[in-house]
Design a protein around this ligand. Structure first.
Ligand code: ADP
Ligand code: MG
Length: 486
């Protein structure tokens, strides 16, 4: 563990490169299916394999998805796009080159606004978002001397989102990744599944003496398959780099791999033996030109963004920042909630329902919000039942809501009637109960009248008990006060 003093002596700097696999039907340059989990080497046409004489064709939808990402990040959209061959040999790269964007990425600059754990916000500046194709996958089985290769993934469309070196802690990196995942899911361009490799992240890490302006030499860490592991890898590099410098050793620019079991990193290759990829424009593809018309058509498909919904929830519905963040974590939840708010005015109560009972049933029953069995009409009716004092919140959340989850088609009111949960709120039917309670507690009533006002709780408890929990507390209090005070 580093001492506080050493930690404070150096500034940690991180830049992230996030690869997101695009949710297109087919591959970036071929008609093969773009699908995870099929039998190995079943989605590999001659084009994907780069056989001589085959010609790539650009997937229009993949371009539109990359534009969507750029629009969501306020990037500048490049109109004239050229794909380049990045040449290198690797067993999982059937063509011997990867098609990517070398100069002129489709999205330039922009930013992703993130919410940090301490509640503050930061705009993480992007360098670019560019398009490229994925490679295949080498499979190293335990106790097997040979390596297997599956080319199904080869040619999968990707966007690579590259930040400027502006992140300063593992917490910020984690928050940024969380936001990117949320964003691609809102945009419906990537499923964000890290376990399946749909979202992958490389972390570039360096440290520099505080007060200096020149960035330190960076290392690039790969092979982290969860946000948590990105966090751990950065923490580990933070300590390791400071340790090196303090010991008078030199930091070498290198690529390192993360070992999740040990929580450490190890060198894979140094940048000294830097590959010369011999980039050159792909001769078999003409440039992809994005017309105003096309750009406007993509703009028209943009969904409402999490930050816009967040703003609406805070400004229009008057919800706390915390609620708005929770409610916009998932697009399905946010949109459902927004619809609910067109049917009830009791926004904070609606939000409490979401953060309490709804959240726990989504967890317990492992529903996704899209499978949530209650529609916003019924839910607003439930909220109204409590608002009108017809049922208590306790009855609504513990008795009516669970029945509604069974989607029997009964309205909340019908359930309340069937379960005998309607509160007694008309004074004439509650008055006899209140009178009876006071009559059987004559001594306590005396004490109350001579100043022991705390006894109100006891009377209320008895009224509740006698009414089998159905007395409307507001009406009961009013009646008790009236009868006790005169
Ligand atoms: P390379 O040429 O090694 O690929 P780039 O300049 O293209 O490096 O940057 C790749 C990533 O590394 C970007 O996310 C960038 O923000 C980040 N990066 C660059 N320099 C540093 C540094 N000194 N410390 C941390 N991250 C850095
Ligand atoms: Mg790269």
């Amino acid at each position: 563990m580093l001492s506080e003093e050493l930690r404070n002596k150096y500034q940690l700097i991180i830049g992230l490169e996030v690869h997101a696999q695009l949710l297109t039907e087919s591959k970036m340059f071929a008609a093969d299916a773009n699908k995870y989990g099929n039998a190995p080497n079943t989605q590999i046409s001659a084009i994907t394999l780069g056989h001589p004489g085959t010609l790539p064709k650009v997937n229009r939808k993949a371009i539109a998805f990359a534009i969507k990402m750029g629009l969501a990040c306020d990037s500048e959209i490049t109109r004239h796009n050229v794909f380049a061959r990045k040449n290198y040999f690797y067993p999982d790269l059937p063509k011997g080159y990867q098609l990517t964007q070398d100069k002129g990425p489709i999205c330039v600059g922009g930013y992703v606004p993130v919410q940090l754990p301490d509640g503050t916000r930061k705009e993480v500046i992007l360098n670019r978002v560019h398009m490229e194709e994925d490679a295949g996958k080498s499979i190293h089985l335990a106790d097997e001397p040979d390596t297997l290769v599956d080319f199904n993934r080869a040619g999968t469309p990707l966007v690579e989102i590259v930040t400027e070196p502006v992140l300063t802690s593992p917490e910020e990196a984690y928050a940024f990744l969380t936001e990117v995942k949320k964003l691609v899911k809102y945009l419906d361009i990537c499923d964000g599944n890290m376990e399946e490799g749909s979202l992958r992240c490389d972390a570039n890490v360096s440290v520099m003496l505080k007060g200096t302006t020149e960035l330190g030499k960076k290392v690039e860490v790969k092979n982290m398959n969860s946000f948590r592991n990105v966090f751990r890898a950065i923490e580990h590099e933070h300590e390791r780099l400071i340790g090196l410098i303090e010991a008078g050793e030199e930091v070498i620019s290198e690529t390192r791999t993360f070992d999740a079991d040990k929580g450490t990193t190890a060198s894979m290759r140094t940048k000294e033996d830097l590959n010369d990829y011999r980039y050159f424009p792909e001769p078999d593809l003409s440039p992809v030109v994005i017309s105003d018309e096309w750009l406007n058509a993509v703009k028209a498909t943009m969904p409402v963004l999490p930050r816009e919904l967040h703003k609406k929830f805070v400004e229009e519905y008057g919800l706390p920042d915390y609620d708005a963040s929770f409610l916009t974590e998932s697009k399905d939840v946010a949109l459902w909630f927004d619809e609910l708010c067109s049917k009830t005015q009791n926004y904070k109560v609606a939000s409490n329902w979401m953060m309490g009972p709804v959240k726990s049933s989504l967890n317990d029953l492992s529903f996704a919000m899209e499978d949530f069995p209650i529609d916003t009409d019924s839910f607003s009716a439930l909220i109204a039942l409590v608002d009108e004092g017809q049922v208590s919140y306790t009855a609504a959340s513990q008795n009516i809501y669970p029945e509604m989850l069974k989607s029997s088609g009964e309205s909340p009111l019908e359930i309340a009637q069937r379960l005998n949960l309607i509160q007694q709120s008309d004074e004439s039917s509650l008055k006899p109960i209140v009178e009876e309670v006071l009559a059987t507690n004559a001594a306590k009533v005396k004490e109350y009248r001579s100043g022991k006002k705390g006894l109100m709780g006891l009377f209320m408890g008895q009224v509740m008990k006698k009414s089998q929990g159905k007395a409307d507390p507001k009406v009961a209090t009013k009646l008790l006060t009236e009868l006790l005070e005169n």
